[in-house]
Design a protein around this ligand. Structure first.
Ligand SMILES: Nc1ncnc2c1ncn2[C@@H]1O[C@H](COP(=O)(O)OP(=O)(O)OP(=O)(O)O)[C@@H](O)[C@H]1O
Length: 244
């Protein structure tokens, strides 16, 4: 379970987060949907310990990330907004390196790496250097890195950006499998269709605040609309910065 309470964050005079609170439960895919600059990345970065909040708390399975960051990270897989692979390493070496960062060394690390390679069907590229990998192959290796230590919780920042249709479908299937296995999945997006297709719960944010929370159906009912896109426009009063 992931939970943030009353997060506030400024960059200079700009208030990126304004008393933001939300949670994501086990066995559910939760989507944070909001226009460009709404504060999605900032909130996720606080959750995975890359940024400090000015006030409020962020919890991973009830562990305060500011107080016990290492324990929080053990329970969290992160697919960050910017990712790069070490071009000279093979996919196996990349993933195994991340296993080591999470305390899985030697035979234990190798077993965990083999495991996730099988789970994500990465065998064909496992022994290739990542230089020259397609965008979809990069995505899968990055996902494997995030999952190698079998975290209960997974946070993804705009995971389908730059992916073709096939890679997007593979990613969606993986997220559904993880959800069905009881994991907690939180991802940010400004793509309406993706959120509508995948999410059990949607958190709508704008200008650093949570505007509404609910299932896609609840948000439609709340606004008297039949489409999430229309509900969203009604709730935030604009469709600027949102992709259909
Ligand atoms: N390191 C930073 N320095 C200055 N301003 C920042 C920084 N990080 C974020 N901001 C600003 O904070 C606000 C929220 O940014 P954030 O990246 O969290 O939004 P977002 O909802 O993820 O947007 P997008 O969908 O465009 O990725 C924006 O106005 C952004 O310009």
């Amino acid at each position: 379970m992931l939970n943030v309470q009353s997060l506030t964050k400024h960059f200079g005079k700009l208030r990126a987060l304004d008393n933001m609170s939300f949670s994501a439960l086990d066995g559910e895919i939760t989507g944070i949907l909001g226009p460009n600059g709404a504060g999605k990345t900032t909130a996720l970065r606080i959750l995975y310990g890359l940024l400090k909040t000015e006030s409020g708390q962020a919890y991973v399975d009830d562990i305060d990330v500011a107080v016990r960051p290492i324990e929080a990270r053990k329970r969290l897989g992160v697919f960050p907004d910017k990712f790069g692979l070490y071009e000279r390493l093979t996919a196996f070496e990349q993933i195994n390196y991340f296993a080591g960062l999470h305390g899985l060394h030697g035979a234990e690390g190798k077993a965990a790496t083999h495991n996730i390679i099988t789970q994500l069907a990465l065998e064909d590229i496992a022994q290739r250097r990542s230089q020259g990998f397609s965008q979809g192959q990069r995505m899968k290796v990055t996902l494997a890195q995030a999952l190698v230590h079998r975290p209960q919780n997974l946070v993804l920042d705009e995971p389908t950006r730059g992916l073709d249709v096939m890679s997007t479908r593979i990613l969606r299937e993986q997220l559904k499998n993880l959800r069905d296995a009881g994991h907690c999945i939180l991802f940010s997006s400004h793509v309406m269709q993706e959120v509508a297709a995948l999410c059990d719960k949607v958190i709508i944010v704008a200008q650093g605040k949570v505007i509404a929370t609910g299932t896609p159906q609840q948000l439609c009912e709340q606004t008297g609309e039949t489409q999430l896109e229309e509900a969203f426009v009604k709730l935030i009063g604009s469709d600027e910065g949102i992709a259909a």
